[in-house]
Design a protein around this ligand. Structure first.
Ligand code: PEP
Ligand code: MN
Length: 262
């Protein structure tokens, strides 16, 4: 039996009896959009906020994130709401300033193999949410976590976000086998991201519930006040009503899984 790590992000404990929902927009687009989304998800039970500042987009002509220009607004929103904030670091050079903004670093799918970034995060005292590379083997994902541990930081939360398979009807294929396997074979808390895992808002709730049933310790969910106007990942973002519905359904399922509901 593997002894499990629980990871603290501020006041929040991830990997314990309480299921964790980290929610917010794909990208921080404006103070109003981030505040509105964050206060809504908080009111429905989300315990931490997400929101991209640096966006690694496949198409360089699309929105690349507000970057350093949004540091101040992100700090204000998280302190007004009293929730921890998680955002992606895309380059080790961001760390000196970003450290003051985030409570945990996200490593995105495209950077799972960026070993110099992983090493740098190994020297941080903040938790790291390590997303699985979109074409990474289970073993490569766990070894990426070991790179961070070896450099001195064992506060790692794994996040399955879907992998590329031969199937093209959905953006990615959320690999719930790997969620269950990571719980069995590692001591890290494991989250699932059904937003990127499916790429379709209508599939997020069913796959979120399935992730909880597969043993995930929590979820990373993209939410936007008006997904049709989102500057990134609108197609997979839940609107407020859909997020509320997800949380209501999750609350029905969690007690059957021996998890505390919200
Ligand atoms: C994100 O969480 O918005 C993101 C870019 O995720 P991924 O790295 O999994 O594509
Ligand atoms: Mn996204």
């Amino acid at each position: 039996m593997i002894s499990r790590n629980t990871i603290r992000i501020g006041q929040l404990e991830v990997g314990g009896p309480q299921f964790t929902v980290i929610a917010g927009p794909c990208s921080v687009e404006s103070r109003e959009q981030f505040f509105q989304t964050s206060s809504f998800v908080k009111s429905k039970g989300a315990q931490a906020l997400r929101g991209g500042l640096f966006k690694l987009r496949t198409d360089p002509s699309t929105f690349q994130g507000l970057g350093v220009n949004a540091y101040q607004l992100a700090k204000e929103v998280k302190s007004e709401l009293g929730l921890p904030f998680i955002s992606e670091i895309t380059d080790p050079r961001q760390m000196s300033d970003l450290d003051d903004v985030v409570d945990a670093y996200q490593v995105g799918s495209r950077n799972m193999h960026n070993y110099s970034l992983l090493k740098e995060l190994g020297m941080s005292n903040k938790p790291v949410l390590l997303k699985r590379g979109l074409a990474a083997l289970f073993k490569e994902w766990i070894l990426a976590a070991e790179h961070i541990v070896k450099s001195g930081n064992d506060q790692i939360i794994l996040c399955e976000r879907g992998i590329r398979t031969f199937e093209t009807s959905t953006r990615n294929t959320l690999d719930l086998n790997s969620v269950a396997l990571a719980k069995q074979e590692t001591h890290f808390p494991v989250l699932a991201d059904p937003s990127h895992g499916t790429g379709m808002a209508s599939l997020v709730t069913p796959m979120a519930l399935a992730s909880a049933a597969a043993g995930a310790d929590g979820l990373l969910i993209e939410v936007h006040p008006d997904p049709s106007k989102a500057l990134s990942d609108g197609f997979q973002s839940l609107n407020f009503e859909q997020f509320e519905n997800l949380m209501n359904r999750l609350n029905l399922v969690l007690p059957a899984l021996d998890r505390k509901s919200f």
